[in-house]
Design a binder for this molecule. Structure first.
Ligand code: BGC
Length: 819
């Protein structure tokens, strides 16, 4: 059905993988009725952003009122506040909810401002256009005097000019003529209040508000209280009539307009805003930059055209075509939100990967290890953005060194949660909403963030072949992390084995031994084995550097042969525990009790359920998310078994499926990352099982699988992880230094897959179905490189390797045919 107001929506049936109350077409997310209960989740899923800032898909006429939560977040704009919680002073750093640019309210003669809760809604539709990054809204309502008005809105956060956003509103009086009052405001009275669990904490980050007007532009400026970032908004409202009356307060400025509506004739109001902060490049000050940009901004039509063009360019690079219609829609949605958080504009910023996007306030906008799931996708699509995210880490090496020193360690220790300056910002207390208890949060003991960063350094180098990246900062980052993990490993004289004690692995259910006085566990297998991987890679990285660079780096870091010799020892003698024929998650895991899974069936947050009963998951063999299995996610089986062999540990191939199935039965998937990892590790051995997990991961946000958390922000790691599953896992894509291997094994419901990839600076197009693989050079696929027909009777497809041009030339030369 084409809607009577001419929106672009086509009619496609719903599927199981629809967000509640919504339906999806390949490129749209459509809500046909207003639902106050669903509103916050909808706001998250309808967020518009451009990598510099993002604004939730909230109704412009509403403020934060229990149903709506407008929020705008600028990448990297953090502030610290101290609150009193459970009798303690607790300091938290948060991504700041900056002043709201959206407000636009309207009222028919003699009536109050329109409100979805009180006026009679005759028609409602909200549509997110994923292809072009436009949020459409349509309201048709009757006021208390029987006047029927149609309101259409189009909203963009410009992908072409990252400082601009615009809201166009068209009014159509259907059965009346008269004056429509419209007020358009900039509102600085906002606080961080989007997450119920954090209500006990302060959220008043903005101080020193000021407002003013310069010609046709109004402005609002505020400052974050500790980080002293000036945030400025400027707004230009065009109605076709005069500039409107100013209503000004220190934290809010509005223009009020009277628009003469004639029955049946549309009238348009356009609000164009500019956002700037004192962190921006190339400005004198935030306020004048915002004012100037708002004044100079083109009209809505032009802005929209430029914005659509920018999105078209992004989609060319981001294309991931799957022929499962339900899956394709969500692939588009995930790509869209990923690019709104981490776009090419990000490459020019000093920001990390916020675990919940720029879409809400969960986890306070902190950066965890989730980039592990994000960078592999970016590496082969937007390598410059991936590189900027690694540079964000590198810039925080000094802080990571201080962190390491404080614990008596060499090298650099990256924090579990951080934001602005790379200091540890993990909270010390955690509220269990189920019991109302504040409990100790020991998750800062997750030391494995550094492993993720180092893994990403290596992956980025492998995908791009960019030796310059290694020379300038990649190698330093990787080597400093390696030193720290080598420092964590201490030799037990009794066994001669190296051990890493007193830490936590990725599974957050286990932070201590039952009854122990202090938190921390010994020899988390993921950490220990990845440390071995890291030390081997660090040596290889050093060997790859040109001689002079290697000498410079080792001299600067004071990295002497004795330290390298110690690394060698660790890679041969690291401790890994085993029980029941599988890898133990940590030393002592075998002594834990089995959980009564039947009793807790369907409970994802077992930690909260058990704590509310006075119990603790520390007593049980029950994991929140993949922990040991992360090893199978990151390392090809041959590499992992090779490390185990090197360590003198069991390494028979059957260890892999045994370990997978052991932990699969003991995981509650209390993190959306878990389904991604399980889909990956089952992709070759249990294709239907892998597909089930993949489908679950696709539903992380559209189905809000973690029960209400999507309203607080998207799960960026899971979103990117699903894209990477299709791209690397189901394609069997392995990028080596001098070529790429493909070993596709598509799940049964996926008949075809087509995507461009940028590998070592060259664009390739890969087309796969159940029978063949086409690899072409160029993203339009002009030149055929390789064709492979897979042996359909085999479980695992035949491998094809396509060499990079340099290697091809070398091989030709070796065969005597080269130049
Ligand atoms: C997971 C972590 C993850 C964090 C942020 C937690 O629930 O356990 O692994 O990094 O969420 O996404």
């Amino acid at each position: 059905m084409i809607h009577r107001c001419g929106t672009f929506v086509d009619d496609e049936g719903g599927t199981k993988r629809e967000p509640a109350g919504a339906r999806m077409t390949p490129w749209t997310l459509v809500y046909d009725r207003f639902d106050p209960v669903e509103e916050r989740r909808r706001e998250t899923l309808c967020t518009l952003g451009n990598g510099y800032f993002a604004t939730r898909g909230a109704a412009p006429e509403s403020s934060a009122d229990g149903v709506h939560y407008p929020g705008t977040y600028v990448a990297g704009c953090y502030n610290r506040l101290t609150s009193r919680v459970a009798g303690r002073a607790v300091t938290n750093e948060e991504l700041v909810n900056v002043p709201n640019w959206l407000p636009l309210a309207f009222a028919t003669p003699g009536c109050a401002w329109f409100h979805t809760g009180t006026d009679t809604l005759l028609d409602f539709r909200q549509t997110l256009d994923l292809r072009h990054g436009v949020l459409y809204r349509l309201l048709r309502y009757r006021d208390g005097h029987g006047r029927v008005t149609l309101v259409r809105q189009r909203r963009i956060v410009s992908m072409a000019d990252p400082h601009l956003a615009a809201l166009e509103t068209t009014f159509l009086a259907e059965n009346w003529s008269g004056i429509m009052r419209v007020t358009a405001a900039l509102d600085g009275s906002v606080v961080n209040g989007g997450v119920e669990r954090y209500r006990g904490l302060r959220g008043d980050h903005l101080v020193d508000h000021a407002t003013g007007r310069r010609e046709a532009v109004t402005w609002l400026r505020a400052r974050t209280s500790e980080s002293e970032i000036t945030v400025a908004l400027a707004s230009r409202v065009r109605t076709g009539a005069g500039p409107g009356e100013i209503v000004q307060a220190p934290a809010r400025i509005a223009t009020e307009h009277e628009i003469s509506l004639e029955q049946g004739r549309p009238a348009v109001v356009t609000k164009t805003i500019a956002l700037a902060t004192s962190r921006d490049h190339a400005i004198a000050d935030a306020r004048s930059a915002a004012v100037r940009r708002a004044a100079l901004a083109p009209g809505f039509g032009h802005l929209l055209a430029r914005h659509r063009l920018a999105w078209a360019r992004l989609w060319r690079r981001a294309r991931l075509q799957v022929d499962d219609p339900a899956g394709a829609r969500i692939v588009h949605l995930h790509t869209f939100h990923l690019l709104q958080t981490l776009s090419p504009h990000t490459a020019d910023l000093d920001v990390g990967v916020p675990a919940r996007g720029l879409h809400g306030e969960a986890y306070r906008g902190h950066v965890f290890w989730d980039e592990l799931f994000v960078l592999p996708w970016l590496n082969v699509r937007f390598p410059e953005t991936a590189r900027a995210l690694l540079r964000y880490r590198w810039r925080r090496l000094p802080e990571a060194r201080v962190h390491a020193r404080a614990l008596g360690l060499p090298g650099a220790l990256f924090p579990w949660q951080s934001g602005s300056d790379g200091q540890e910002d993990t909270q010390l207390l955690h509220l269990n909403p189920r019991s109302g208890h504040w409990t100790a949060d020991n998750s800062h003991l997750q030391r494995h963030v550094g492993l993720a960063i180092a893994y990403n350094v290596w992956q980025h180098f492998t995908a791009t072949g960019d030796l310059e990246f290694l020379r300038t900062f990649g190698a330093e980052l990787l080597v400093e992390i390696a030193r720290c993990f080598a420092g964590l490993a201490q030799r037990d004289p009794a066994t001669g084995r190296y051990e890493i004690r007193g830490i936590m692995g990725p599974d957050e259910y286990h932070d201590a031994y039952p009854g122990a006085a202090a938190p921390g566990l010994d020899n988390n297998a993921y950490t220990n084995i990845m440390t071995v991987w890291l030390l081997l890679r660090a040596r290889r990285t050093l060997a790859l550097l040109p001689v002079r660079d290697r000498a410079d780096l080792t001299a600067r870091l004071e990295l002497y042969p004795a330290e390298l010799e110690r690394w060698e020892q660790i890679t041969r003698r690291m401790r890994v525990d085993f029980h029941d024929g599988v890898i133990s998650q940590f030393t002592g895991y075998a002594g834990l009790l089995e959980l009564d899974w039947e009793r807790y069936r369907g409970v994802r947050r077992l930690d909260r359920a058990l704590e509310a009963e006075g119990d603790s998951p520390n007593r049980y063999r029950a994991s929140k998310q993949a922990d040991v299995l992360m090893l199978f996610y990151l390392l090809p089986a041959r590499e992992l078994l090779g490390i185990l062999r090197r360590l003198g540990c069991p390494h028979e191939p059957e260890l892999v499926p045994r370990t997978v199935h052991y932990y699969l039965r003991r995981t509650s998937h209390g993190s959306t990352l878990s389904a991604v990892v399980h889909a990956w590790v089952l992709s070759r051995s249990d294709r239907p099982g892998s597909w089930r997990f993949f489908t679950e991961a696709l539903g992380s946000d559209v189905n809000d699988v973690q029960g209400g958390t999507t309203s607080e922000g998207v799960h960026l790691g899971a979103m990117a992880g699903t894209l990477d599953l299709v791209q690397r896992c189901y394609l069997g894509l392995e990028i080596h230094r001098d070529g790429l291997g493909l070993n596709p094994l598509l799940p049964e419901p996926l008949a075809r897959l087509s995507l461009p990839l940028r590998v070592h600076g060259a664009w390739l197009t890969i087309d796969v179905d159940h029978d063949r693989v086409l690899v072409c050079r160029g993203d339009d696929g002009p030149e055929l490189l390789n064709v492979v027909v897979r042996d359909q009777s085999a479980e695992v497809g035949r491998e094809t390797t396509c060499y990079f041009p340099a290697r091809q030339r070398r091989r030709a030369h070796e065969r005597g045919r080269g130049p």
